[in-house]
Design a protein around this ligand. Sequence first.
Ligand code: ATP
Ligand code: MG
Length: 589
Amino acid sequence: MTERLQTKRQTQGALGILIPYAKVYRWRLALVFCLVIAVVVIDLAQPYLVKEAIDNCVAVARPDARAIILMTAAYLVLVLLSFALTYYQEIMLQSVGQCIVRAIRIDLFTHIQKLSLRFFDQNAAGRIITNVVNDTEALNNFFTQFLANTLRGGFSLILITFFMLQLNVTIALYCFLLIPVIVALSFFFQRILRKVNGEIRNRFATAIAFLAENLSGMAIVQIYHQEAKQQKKFDDRNKALLKATIHENRMHLLFFNITELLGDLGVAALVWFGGRGVIAGSISFGVLYAFIGYIRRFFQPINTITQQLNVLQASIIAAERIARTMQERPDIAELPGATAPMIRGEVLFAKVSLAYRPGHTVLREIELTIRAGGRVGFVGASGAGKSSLMNLVTRFYDATEGAVIIDGKDVREWPLDALRQTVGIVQQDVTVFSGTVIDNIRLFRQEIAEELVREACRLVGAERFILKLPQGYATIMSECGSTLSAGERQLLSFARVLVFDPKILILDEATASLDSETELVLQEAIHRVSRGRTLLVIAHRLSTVQEMDYIVVLDQGNIVETGDHGELLQRQGHYWRLHQSGLLLDEAV
Ligand SMILES: Nc1ncnc2c1ncn2[C@@H]1O[C@H](COP(=O)(O)OP(=O)(O)OP(=O)(O)O)[C@@H](O)[C@H]1O
Ligand SMILES: [Mg+2]
């Protein structure tokens, strides 16, 4: 029980993340809430005004035409005023809500960018996207729906109660008898609706996830003729979604109609009892009219408020998820006061072990020294741990045991930005961002001159294909990034390396076999970019390995052999077997 209470308190605390954002807009929010209250007062004054008109101007011995016109004019003014204020208040509330959402989104993105790669291993991109897009939108509902409607509903109820009691205490008390019925009904239906809504959200997410997976894997779907099967699966998911949605609609309608019916019954009862009162002369006709107006308005706020419980719950869940992301701390953090050493480019692995997950060691006690300016090739079967070893140098992950030491300093004691300026990487899959070719190479750093970028492209031999693109260097890559060949992408990332000029360069060679011409261009590019740098190459190509001063053979997380190409072949061990089995690709013929 205490545990449940505690979790309840914690979850409600999640909404606390909104406070700093709401504070920025406190005056506007306060104005919105004043407007909400004003609108309620104006709306509820209407039946009262009509009652006054009936009792004092119409149902009297000598009806006063001038007074009726005045009353009508006043009524019209109230209606127009209510319309204008509601409009203004809604617009303002929506804009405050959206501004808050925007601020939270930016903060979330900024925060997520700082997180370590481990976070991205554990959280699928889809979940993070939902977090940044949908959960923030759910928080918007907290302001625009929950706060506004609860305030409006609560205040309406209080005011209606006040007006009713003011008009006639006995009838008012009879009307209040309906409150428990409507509250019970609301709770009953809201519980069902909440469940159905959760179901809809789940099914919707499943359908979206399925769609996303299929879009990115379209080539596989088509090549294996899976279209019909996938279509059937998609259809099933959509059917499930449709069923849940129809169920929800049905429940909604039923609830709506039942409350309407209750309202009608209330009106009928009023006419019955009140009518008799009017005939007996115990109440005026105006009072009866006003009661009818109020009882109709009585149900709406009760409904709205109970509906807000769902909004509140959804907001809390969203806030919790956002808070959880915000609470994630990067496990790769910088030591306070870290300073960079003199940069030469020497890399030392001192008994380095790595386990991504406890118990699953992927690197075991790696011992290796790479002198500044050295060129080392890493080879090994798939899954041997080559990329993992490189992940430690860039500090995408930290070693579980031992240390990676660059220029005499443990990488964990380096300032992160200095480390990442020193260590550059060209990955197997080159990411292309939406933007021009130039921006893709200088990674949107406007301070890097275009001429420098062109120079780099010329040096690595990328200019040839870039000039063939529709707008040359100014071609926007979002549309054709995916149409670049693997070799062309690698050339782009070589140009990046030249522009950013890291002292240590890690190269994860593309595994795909390339045509001999591209192969030659790449070979030349590697040659050029590696000049004056320490080079760590995960090599898949014989032509690359042969050029290295030194080759390290990895197998299941261990260094099993080292030496140059000739020595290793002579030894007829692991390297030789890799070579024989064709794992090292010969130049394309
Ligand atoms: N982020 C990660 N989280 C958990 N396990 C991982 C992660 N990255 C790699 N592994 C595991 O670590 C082992 C080594 O993977 P690694 O990527 O280093 O292999 P590799 O030698 O680079 O292979 P390839 O030549 O196919 O790129 C594999 O068993 C892999 O499943
Ligand atoms: Mg790899």
